[in-house]
Design a protein around this ligand. Structure first.
Ligand code: ADP
Length: 167
């Protein structure tokens, strides 16, 4: 049988407010499994964000420079609609703990119903980062805790700057 030549384009949607070492680990591993990976920032007006979509995109661009098959985008509305628009056939998501599973399962099943041709693929979080979330990193940083290693160095700098501005 001839090998399949279908190329795989994945989107990895999320808030990335800001990108953490856990996201980065997932992107590094995910990028090796697909031909093209689009990290897609959800433009969600109802969620109060620390960084604007443009700031988040700029940080992602910097941090993801070493990955030639990874690009950064942003979208509003349905993830599957954006996936179709970008020609993606796979949605990449991460699972950290059982608590992520229920929400992720619901989203994956809904997305499959909306767009049966697109598969959601989950990678387990790296064990070093399974407790890391953007929310917790922001909270710890705002309380003066040490977040080094939990986010890329550039993001650590930007977080400190933003928190200093706010206080
Ligand atoms: P959302 O607002 O959609 O939760 P996030 O940017 O927080 O956006 O997460 C995007 C995806 O990345 C989700 O699938 C989430 O489970 C996964 N993720 C978040 N943090 C980590 C981590 N530390 N390790 C692995 N996956 C993660």
């Amino acid at each position: 049988m001839a090998a399949s030549t279908t190329s795989i384009t994945a989107i990895y949607p999320g808030s990335f407010d800001p990108i953490t070492s856990g996201h980065l680990d997932l992107i590094a591993r995910g990028s090796r499994l697909v031909d093209r990976l689009i990290v897609a920032i959800l433009r969600n007006e109802s969620k109060r964000a620390l960084f604007s979509v443009e700031e988040r995109a700029e940080m992602l661009e910097q941090v993801l420079k070493p990955y030639p098959n990874v690009e950064v985008g942003s979208f509003a509305g349905l993830t599957v609609a954006y996936a179709v628009e970008r020609g993606a056939n796979l949605i990449l998501r991460g699972i950290r703990a059982i608590s992520d599973y229920e929400y992720e399962l619901q989203m994956a099943l809904m997305n499959r119903r909306l767009q049966p041709g697109i598969e959601t693929v989950f990678l387990m979080a790296g064990e070093t980062y399974s407790f890391v979330s953007s929310r917790l990193v922001k909270e710890v940083a705002s309380l003066g805790g040490n977040i080094s290693g939990l986010v890329p160095p550039l993001v650590e700098q930007r977080l400190r700057g933003r928190i200093a501005q706010r206080s």
